[in-house]
Write a protein that binds this ligand. Structure first.
Ligand code: DX5
Ligand code: ZN
Length: 216
């Protein structure tokens, strides 16, 4: 199942409720949490995520780009996120963390930076509902899709299929009308798009167009 998750990193933060209302056909809202330690940028944290939870009926896909994920991630599950993604590079005990997230009723997801090898972490798949292959260096919206991540997406897809295909393969970074079909062909099924959605005059139409391109 193709899923489009617009990232509100490219939305107008002063009008978040209104911006959330412009993507009603999205499958979930992607929320980028950054701490200026794990990545060189700072965004929002738990109080704002809690407010977002109240402002939309869409499921929340929380992408934590923060150090010490073991400590902070469970709080996002507790406030009602549909899925919580931690970075494998930032988790001391990823297996235990994934189990904790699930015990709080959230889907457990793990992200992997472009420079991190996937293979040593494939033993985590059984604990996960989603695997996020970063297709830019995390930290900022509006960067170019890294074509050399296509092989990693394909490797993720093969590993997921070998286990029965239950785990979603998400891509994040540089996804737009030009790149989404290649990412889909490589094996991604869940697509984050920030600037491609919120720079469009009609964000909801952009979501629909991206979904069509991914499925074509
Ligand atoms: C980047 C964030 C992304 C960002 C994507 O570190 O994780 O979710 O919003 O933005 P675009 O789609 O513009 O590359
Ligand atoms: Zn993200």
């Amino acid at each position: 199942m193709t899923a489009i998750h617009p990232s509100i990193l490219s939305a107008d933060f002063a009008n978040l409720k209104e911006e959330l209302g412009r993507i009603s056909s999205a499958d979930a809202v992607h929320v980028d949490v950054m701490d200026n330690h794990f990545v060189p940028n700072l965004t929002i944290g738990l109080p704002v995520v809690r407010a977002i939870r109240q402002a939309t009926d869409l499921p929340l896909d929380i992408h934590l780009m923060i150090d010490d994920a073991d400590k902070w991630a469970p709080g996002y599950a507790e406030v009602g996120a549909e899925s919580v993604t931690f970075h494998v590079e930032a988790a001391a005990r990823p297996q235990q963390l994934a189990r904790t997230l699930r015990s709080h009723g959230a889907k457990a997801a793990m992200a992997i930076k472009p420079g991190t090898d996937l293979e040593p972490h494939l033993n985590m798949l059984g604990e996960l509902d989603m695997l996020l292959i970063m297709t830019v260096e995390p930290g900022f919206g509006g960067q170019a899709f890294m074509e050399d991540m296509l092989a990693k997406i394909a490797a993720a897809r093969r590993a997921v299929n070998d286990l029965g295909g239950r785990v979603a393969v998400q891509v994040d970074g540089g996804i737009n009308a030009e790149t989404i079909a290649r990412a889909a062909e490589a094996g991604a099924d869940t697509f984050v798009a920030g600037s491609a959605v919120y720079s469009a005059e009609d964000p909801d139409a952009a979501v629909t167009a991206l979904r069509q391109l991914a499925e074509s």
